[in-house]
Write a protein that binds this ligand. Structure first.
Ligand SMILES: [Fe+2]
Ligand SMILES: [Fe+2]
Length: 197
């Protein structure tokens, strides 16, 4: 497999994460109950799979290797800014989740507002913002990757080097076992009742 295709394959998984985030947001806005623990799992997937693992490969390996080629620098500069945006949304989501949890625990102690607390608008908003970010970012990168492949911009030896770098990125993101665990968690969320229409 080549280094560009490897990232495109990640994007197929990331699109599933986008769908979960979008559905989760829609259901929260529609006042449907979703366990906070499910949203926490989604937040871990965003942090570990999207950010540490996938953006790690792009930022530490693929982009540094391609940024001086064929006028790619401007595209890559924008992608890096978008990664920062994604990180910020994920961070704000985590913060709101924490607050929501604390509030829910308090409410449960006082038995005031039912067992699950009220709808959390900021959580719904950041989940939606994350889905929009992923959709936009992945779409642009896929076009960019198509262009890299069309121009045949990466040599065989560069490709080998990139694949080696990817391996060390995987190790930094917790290794093969942890990445497989992330994919299992995505499957778990996809099978949840609230994911069904
Ligand atoms: Fe990216
Ligand atoms: Fe990407």
């Amino acid at each position: 497999m080549n280094a560009t295709q490897n990232l495109k394959n990640d994007h197929v998984i990331i699109k599933r994460i986008k769908n979960i985030s979008q559905t989760c947001s829609n259901k929260l806005y529609a006042n449907q109950f979703i366990p906070i623990t499910d949203i926490e799992i989604l937040s871990v997937i965003m942090e570990e799979f999207v950010d540490n693992f996938h953006h790690g490969k792009e930022e530490k390996a693929y982009f540094p290797e391609t940024k001086d080629k064929d006028g790619f620098a401007e595209d890559i500069r924008k992608f890096l800014i978008e990664h920062e945006l994604g990180r910020r949304i994920a961070m704000m989501l985590r913060r709101e989740l924490e607050q929501w949890k604390k509030k829910t625990e308090k409410e449960n102690n006082h038995e005031s507002n039912g067992p699950y607390g009220s709808v959390n608008e900021p959580v719904a908003r950041f989940l939606k913002a994350y889905a929009v970010f992923l959709d936009d970012h992945i779409g642009k990168e896929d076009k960019f990757f198509d262009m890299v492949e069309q121009k045949d911009s990466i040599t065989n030896s560069e490709n080998e080097t990139l694949l080696k770098y990817y391996e060390s990125c995987k190790t930094q993101a917790g290794g093969e076992v942890r990445i497989q665990e992330m994919v299992r968690l995505i499957e778990y969320l996809e099978a949840r009742e609230w994911m069904k229409v």
